[in-house]
Design a protein around this ligand. Structure first.
Ligand code: GLN
Length: 194
């Protein structure tokens, strides 16, 4: 299994460590040629979505990545990564990849109170610890989008076809459950395409 991890900005090292511990190979995505690797899935890490979106555009990665996601490659967007995937942002005029039919509110918990830990059930995975850092939450989902997790009535995890979007950082906890789930999804998808 080869998992591409967008490595332009933000918390990508933590994902790399977990993916390697789970026995998969990491391909850092930093430039267009990295997307020519035969990857089985992509992780979009947390960080600063405006900076990441700008870099994706400047490096000519945005459109290619969008097409790869639309063609069905499994992707997991975490926090800023979720914002990159969202079709609409309620408090920002930007749209980045726009492949996930949801409306997301950036910095939704307020800048000062933005960091906290919680735990909740994620559908098909079980109870997972969750770290939120200046996190977005999901305000609206299209009917075809499956809600995977809620914390305090707010949607913090969704799945739509090959796309998983999470408000929280699973890589900043000591649980590998979410990554394990994602890698299994990538395996199933690769088998399907054989
Ligand atoms: N607040 C950041 C943004 O809007 C996301 C924070 C994160 O990824 N932890 O991009």
């Amino acid at each position: 299994m080869k998992i591409g991890i967008l490595a332009l900005q933000g918390a990508f090292i933590e994902h790399e460590e977990i993916v390697r511990k789970l026995g998969a190979t990491v391909i850092e995505i930093r430039q267009l040629s990295d997307l020519e690797e035969d990857i089985d899935g992509i992780i979009l890490p947390g960080g600063e979505s405006t900076a990441q979106g700008k870099l994706l555009k400047e490096l000519g990665l945005l459109q290619v990545l969008k097409e790869i996601i639309q063609s069905g490659l499994p992707v997991m967007g975490v926090c800023a990564g979720l914002i990159l995937l969202a079709e609409k942002l309620s408090n920002d005029t930007k749209q980045h990849l726009g492949t996930l039919p949801i409306k997301v509110k950036r910095n939704a918990y307020g800048r000062q109170l933005g960091s906290f830990s919680s735990q909740s059930i994620v559908k098909d995975i079980g109870t997972v610890p969750m770290t939120f850092i200046r996190a977005p939450y999901i305000e609206e989902v299209a009917p075809i989008v499956e809600v995977l997790a809620k914390v305090d009535e707010k949607i913090v995890g969704v799945c739509f076809q090959n796309q998983i979007g999470l408000s929280f950082h699973p890589e900043l906890t000591n649980s590998f459950k979410v990554h394990h789930y994602f890698i299994e999804l990538c395996k199933k998808n690769s088998l399907k395409n054989l």
